[in-house]
Design a protein around this ligand. Sequence first.
Ligand code: KG4
Ligand code: ZN
Length: 334
Amino acid sequence: MGIETSCDETSVAIVADGKEIYSNIIASQIPTHRRYGGVVPEIASRKHVENIAMVVDQALQDAKISLKDLNGIAVTRGPGLVGALLVGVSTAKAMAYSLNVPLLGVHHLMGHIYATFLEHPGIKLPLLCLVVSGGHTSLIQLESYGRMRLLGQTRDDAAGEAFDKVARALGLPYPGGPEIEELARKGDPQAIDFPRAWLEKGSLDFSFSGLKSSVLNYLNRAGQKGLEINKADVAASFQQAIIDVLVTKAVTAAERIGTKQMAVAGGVAANSALKETIKRKAGKADLEVLIPSPIFCTDNGAMIACAGYYALLEGNKSPLELNAVPNLPMDFLR
Ligand code: KG4
Ligand code: ZN
């Protein structure tokens, strides 16, 4: 069983052997948080408390199994909202203790990376991964379970965070990524030349705060001058700027390490324009790109169950003293 409660989805999944998805229940809190323009941590914790038992039951029911069939309980232990994480962690600990099965604390980022293995269980390691979510934008080389090398990461905003902030400025609801994607379909991606932060020559790091400020300045200036704003053009040009940088750096990383396969994971990987562009550019470089189905890109229990399965194979069990760690660092190889 995989339990995910790090942010605004209460999700529980039953997965066999890291690949057979028996059930993957996601109770989204988006409608609740939408009226506040973003996730309200205290409300998120309470909603998780209200939902978790029901979601666990539903996951077992859909999988047509009972508690005694479980071989392990995996749970996101961080990073995330502490109150939200605690609901999942407490549930997992109680279940692991009462069922006498292993408890597996999973780093949320590791869950996103392992989402790729759900649909491609035979992938060979090492694997290059571009992880793009609301909290992370990183290029990571996965060498074996829990052994990762960091090739580059954002120095400020994550890509998803930039999508959410720009969407808000455009008057679009939370979460902004899917809204911008939809609006961008009607716009011209070349209409406005927003900046791309390439950083120092050869750097695989990212920076999106300058792009975000540039969009906000553009909107403010136009507002002050009383000019009409073509929101679809702003959305399309902003999205293009993010995609250009993500794709170029990911393909450069693949060429530099000499791999012919790459995974893209995390909420932003659900973006169709990003998927099309990265597949096209990678294709030219003879590089295969693996992207989980959209339901496994955004937060879900199945990816946590999958990461937990590989942790179990490695004998990487957690003690029952496991705690939620809101800013859990990633232990990267040097
Ligand atoms: O992975 P995720 O569900 O949660 C985190 O771990 O952060 O990612 C959520 C982020 C949000 O910022 C959301 O706006 C973004 O992913 N997102 C998208 C799309 N769907 C979700 N961004 C761009 N295009 C999308 N279609
Ligand atoms: Zn996530």
